[in-house]
Design a protein around this ligand. Structure first.
Ligand code: SIN
Length: 533
């Protein structure tokens, strides 16, 4: 007999939670804070701050706040990076609201770096035409932003935290989302818990853990995207995965990151022979678009020549003070980056695809909003500009809070009786054999370099895994992997983060976004397996 899900003890007048947010990263917590004093439940797969990529972001938040910079210049850089398929209206809205959201974060206590006169300090990164990245203590932006937000959340009585709850399934009635089912103990409990809700905000993060080499935490396994796709939501641009060029190649999972700001400071990329290989690949060499640098490094690593980030001249003895996070990673691996080059490898870093949302974070399903990396707003197109991801998270989380406040009356007056439930088993378990296999398939066949044959093999292997699978959580992950592979096989060109050796150029006919439902993806898979395409 299947066990009946528990209904979480009713907290509101009619037993329905008002707003439930899935995800305890930057997007989820910012949305919860912006909704205050309205009661909100935040469900997070790991203790907040631990399972979120946001906390690991090093560079910061892009915002046109320094003298000489303008919203228009920021927009232009975003459009160029996105390689022809950015939704300009959405990107304009995002860059225009950057300064206001930075001020919100300052009010929540984020200690952004300032100069002696109190102006925000900004740094420059690849593909930005200006110094524009607002940062904290050099490379500690993500960590310090999350620390400030977590402290603000703990001080906000309207926010209830359910940590160690893995959301598994959206409850739907036709096109309407009416809550969700989650599994406690980091997804390991035998029982599930149902959260009926008036509004569900999906902020469950990205997909990096689908790959063997990734800068993302183990919780970033595409669960939110798969769950939404299974409920019928439209997924956009799933073929576009961004690989960060400089994961630190010391055999760790997740792979620690060497921030792009290092190349912004003039650090160079060398192979074993000491050759600056990026010089022959792009006029901007190390500061070329992220996908070009990632492919350059990938070619060196795959050919056995190796790739190294040499910071000894450009940063040298200042390394420890200016890049304390990267310094710590290197030191733990026995590398002194002031004196030795850092071994690097491209690592799955960011998903431009995701749940299709509009300017207010609404998805194609009523009652479901989404923000952060789980979405595809269209602001990034085929390739995200560095430091636009935290910006996108706060801008659309804020817009969702406004939209929910304006459209759904707040029926609650009573505060939570018990504001937190931390599961005993709140840590995500190690990968099982099926997850290990999926990560190998995605890395080898749906990774930095793709082709039609490899993608077809990946789709057929994912279909085999789906047949064997009995877990709802892994089913969501497999759905997301399938959507990525199907998007990639359908897009017969190369653009931004999607590179195919059998179609190495961008094609005019493909200068548009991809919109895919799970039913359409399943149709494409069925035809492929039947040998019809
Ligand atoms: C980095 O610091 O290189 C990562 C920044 C980003 O991905 O936006």
């Amino acid at each position: 007999m299947p066990t009946q899900p528990d209904l979480f003890p009713p907290q509101s007048r009619d037993g329905v939670d008002d707003v439930v947010i899935i995800g305890g990263g930057l997007a989820g917590l910012f949305c919860a804070l912006k909704l205050a004093p309205r009661p909100v439940t935040v469900i997070a797969a790991a203790p907040i701050g631990k399972g979120a990529s946001s906390a690991w972001a090093q560079a910061g938040i892009a915002a046109a706040v320094s003298p000489g910079d303008t919203v228009e210049k920021h927009l232009q850089d975003t459009l160029i990076a996105g390689d022809g398929i950015v939704d300009e209206k959405i990107a304009r809205l995002m860059v225009s609201e950057a300064s206001d959201r930075i001020h919100d974060l300052l009010e929540y206590g984020v200690p952004f770096d300032r100069d002696l006169e109190g102006h925000l300090l900004t740094s420059r990164e690849a593909a930005h035409s200006e110094h524009r990245v607002v940062r904290v203590k050099g490379d500690m932006a993500g960590r310090k932003i999350m620390e400030a937000l977590i402290a603000a959340v703990h001080k906000t009585p309207s926010i209830r935290l359910m940590e160690g709850y893995v959301a598994e399934e959206l409850l739907t009635s036709g096109r309407f989302v009416s809550g969700l089912v989650a599994r406690p103990d980091a997804g390991l409990a035998a029982r599930t818990v149902t959260f009926p809700a008036r509004a569900v905000v999906m902020a469950a993060g990205g997909v990096g853990h689908l790959y063997q080499i990734t800068t993302n935490p183990a919780e970033a396994r595409g669960g939110g995207i798969g769950m939404a796709a299974r409920a019928g939501a439209v997924i956009a641009d799933p073929e576009f995965v961004q690989f960060h060029p400089t994961g630190i190649n010391v055999g760790l999972d997740p792979t620690p990151l060497a921030t792009e700001a290092l190349r912004g400071e003039g650090c160079t990329l060398l192979n074993d022979a000491g050759e600056r290989f990026m010089m022959k690949l792009h006029p901007d060499a190390e500061l070329a678009p992220r996908d070009v640098v990632a492919r350059g490094i990938y070619a060196e690593v795959m050919s056995g020549r190796g790739a190294w980030l040499d910071c000894t001249k450009a940063v040298g003895e200042h390394f420890k003070d200016e890049f304390p996070t990267v310094y710590g990673y290197c030191q733990a691996a026995g590398i002194d980056p002031a004196k030795q080059p850092i071994p690097v490898v491209p690592a799955a870093h960011y998903f431009m695809g995701g749940i299709l949302t509009d300017a207010d974070g609404r998805t194609s399903l009523d009652g479901l909003w989404a923000c952060g990396e789980v979405t595809s707003t269209g602001a990034h197109g085929a390739n995200r500009l560095a430091s636009n991801s935290l910006l996108e998270a706060v801008v659309f989380a804020g817009r969702i809070a406004n939209d929910i406040s304006e459209t759904i009356p707040d029926s609650r007056t009573n505060p939570w009786k018990d504001r937190s439930d931390m599961n005993a088993e709140a840590e995500t378990a190690a990968d099982n054999a099926a997850m290990v296999r999926l990560r190998r398939i995605m890395t080898e066949k749906v990774g930095v370099i793709r082709d039609g044959e490899g993608l077809a093999q990946a789709i057929s292997e994912i279909a085999e895994l789906e047949k064997l699978n009995t877990s709802v959580r892994f089913g969501n992950t497999l759905t997301t992997a399938k959507m990525i592979a199907v998007g990639a096989i359908l897009r017969e060109e190369s653009r931004g983060g999607h590179f195919r050796t059998d179609f190495p150029e961008a094609r005019e006919a493909w200068k548009h976004r991809t919109f895919l439902t799970l039913a359409q993806a399943n149709d494409a898979v069925a035809k492929l397996l039947a040998g019809e395409s």
